[in-house]
Each structure stands twice: as C-alpha cells, then as structure tokens.
Design a protein around this ligand. Sequence first.
Ligand SMILES: [Fe+2]
Ligand SMILES: [Fe+2]
Length: 504
Amino acid sequence: MKTMRKYSQFQVFCFLTIFCWVFPGSTMGFGKNVQSALMYTDPYLLTPKPMTSIFICWLTSESTVKSYVEFGREGQILLRKEASTHEIIGMKTVDSSGQYRLPLRVFQQIVHLDDLQPMTRYHYRAVSESRTRRQETPVYGFRTAPPPGTPVKFILLSDLQLKPQSPATVRLAGQQGADFIVYNGDLVNDPIRAGEWFSLPGTPEVDERRWFNVMQQTGGGCRLLQYIPIFPCPGNHEIDDQRTMTHKNFARREAMSLRIYMQLFRPLYPDQEYGPNGRHWYSADYGDLHLISLSVFRWFAWPAHEKPGWFLFDDIGRRSPQYEWLREDLISAQQRKYIWVSMHWHVFNRSRATRIPFTHPADMPGNPTSMIYDRREDFIFRDLKPLWEKSGVQAVSYGHAHVYERYTSQGIQYLEASSIGNTYRNGKEPQCSGQEGGRYCPFVDRSEFRSFVVVSVDPAQGMVGRGIQASVEADGAGHLGRVFDTFFMAARPGRGDLLATLWR
Ligand SMILES: [Fe+2]
Ligand SMILES: [Fe+2]
C-alpha cells in the first residue's frame, strides 16, 4: 500500500497562496465564493449619435490597471482603444445584518468609438485587467444606425424593477431583431442597492431578475444591451434615495438626486446635473425617427392632498428649461418623418393618479396640512400636449402603472406598455382616464398578460407598432408571441410651416 506523503502547514499555505494567485476566482471547494467578479456587467451600448458613434460601457469591481475594447468591422483585424474610468458614486452593498448600508466601490469603463461608418456592422470585445486578474468578454457586435430612408425597428420596455416575469418577457423582446431599445423609466426599485443592478455576493435579490442580468441575456438568440443601444428616460424609481417615497420627512425636492442613474448612462447626460431641473433630457436620430427622451415624473407615495403633496422632480411647464429645450428640439426635428416621445409619467391612464393634475401642489388656504392642485395648470395638458400636436409628434410612450393601455387623441398615439414583469391592475380602477372629465378611455386595454411593443419604421409602410403577448396566464388566452394590437402612424408631411407657430 502506497504511503501518503505528509505536507507541513507551511507547504499547504504556500500551495493555496500560489493556487489562488493563478486561479483568483476559484473557491477550491472551501465554501461559498464571496469574491466579486472583476466585471460586474457585460458591455452595454449608449449613443447620442447612432450613425457614427457608440459608447461601450461596462462596470467593474476595481478601478483596473487597464481596460480597453478590441473592435473592428466584421472580417477585419481588431483595433484597440483604451477606456476612460469613472467611479460610480452612491451604490451600497449589504452589511452583516443583511441591510444595504455599506458603500460599494463600482467603476465604470467607457470606450468611445467615433468616426464610424453609418449602417455598418462592427464586432468587439471588452477587456479589463487589474493587478491580479484579467477578464475579457465574448465577441459581440453592433450595427451603426442607417441614414434616413432605411427601415429600422425598436423594442419598447420599462418598469422591470425585479418583477418575476421580467426575464421571460425581455428574453422574448430580445429575440425580435431590433436595432435599439427605448426604455420608459423605472429600471430597478432602489438605485443605491447594487444587488438590484448586477450579481453581487451576499445580496438577496433573485439573480436572474437583477436589471443588467435581465437586459444582458443572450440565450436563444437574444440580442440586448451588448448588441443594440438603449435610450432610457428617468422615472420615480431612478431617484437615488427611495426613502423620499415612503417617508414624508425625507421628501424634500431640493435634496433629491438622479446621480446613480445619470452616472450609469453618462454618455447620454454629459452635463451630469443630478438635481431637479438639471438637464435630464436628450434626443437622438435613428433612421427616419427622431426620438425624444424627457424627464416627466412626480412623487406620490402618500395621499395627494396631504402635505407636501405630489410634487414634480423636473418642471415641464411653459418657460421651464425642459419645455424650452423641447420646443427647440421639435423645431430642429421638423424634417424627420417620425417623432416619438418617451417619458415615465402617464398622460392617459385608468389609475386614480391621473385624477390629480400634473402641476405643483399649493397650500390650501386656511388649512396648513392640506394641498390643492389647479386643474387649469396641468402642465401635460396645458403645455406639452398642444406642443406635441402642433409639431406633428406621432407617439408618446410612458410607463409607471405596469399596464398595457393605448389611447389616441388628435392623431397622436399615447401608449403605456409597461406590463413587462407584472401588472398593477386589480379590477377596481375606473374605466377611463382621469383628465378632462374622464372622457378619454383606452382604445386598447390588455393587462391580463405580460407584453412588450415592437415598433417598425419603414419608408414604404410607415411607422407600425405591435403589442406582443409575452405570457399566458393560468386563466388566460392567446399564445406567446401573438400580436394582440397593431397601430399605424403615417409619415409626417413637410412641416416647415410649423416653425413660426412653434416659435411663438
Ligand atoms: Fe414602475
Ligand atoms: Fe414609476
């Protein structure tokens, strides 16, 4: 019988040290691996100029010695471009009691590729190296946007927020062959919780529901953030400190911030102005489409008429910075055939929240604890909607209520397609939206199953939206992938005559 050799404690220590240095991610069977990956996420694509430029971003757990992208046109040799590194300030991880209290260092790597050819396929992989580790991603690919006159397609998402059916719905959406994603706000529930964004040892979230894990699925031909750019807008769940939603003592508008959200999507918000009325809006052109992303949401966690009331994060009334930017942006887009507006707060919706005018609350005379709202000052109906109508906007999409409801008014499609991971409909809501005496009722109202929308922009057929069924509930009908709603939007006529109107 062969005698087993005995090793000293020092020899064992040396062996483990060398092993862990060579294989830094290994657990060696000695319990749960609590070391974070060097890359917290796969790459995600952002671009304010989709025809010629793309920002490849990813998150790491260390500042890294070196991060870069190797890229090139398909079939050509790869070029290398170094990343710039930015620390994401404000995320937290859990302490020993499981509470999100410990600051977590998160770093964002960004590679900006510019001077790209329009409508051209590129492939790339991202690489990060620290002193002890190296990680590279698989090779992914993207296509720059085409010039006007070429068909494009996008998917409409919002309100994932760790909801149970988000992974399955988004997987089906990612299989539609879209060119880009429009996201109508509410990404996670609580932005400071790093575990809601990406896999992080010790955090309690269901792994497959974390936002980046949902949005970076690749199974079954799913092509999402690594392959196509996303155009998000902020919702109420993008506020850094969500205690302001549940504790009135924290609810001070001037103390609120969109810092984490804006850092994650930094190339779309180069000014990085986090507080109310900072620049939280942008637009981009993709083929024949002009896409506008607005910041329209408010606070609502307590009864609307209790102080401090439901107040707006960003102003949108006439003469506000956002309204004035929007007006000028619409003027600049008058030659585009299609204009789509993305925002978070609903215009029309059956929920009772639409009974409260979208305006600043005011103290009720003689009652210091109560707030009132002037219906004549509803900024969406008094200011935004007429501006959209004058400038030939074809569609306004939004989220927040986690439903599928489509309305039409003055030739504009108003779409809430936010029944992605769940629905908040409980059968007790009014049948129609709350504004203007409740005379606006949904043209299509389908929240009994999960869904998403695919929009095709085609020079021959116009712009066509399709609601796609993504779940079959126990007592429901239909099938996965069924188109349950189709709506057409004709190309805008030459609207140069509107310029003078819009300047008034
Ligand atoms: Fe939501
Ligand atoms: Fe919301």
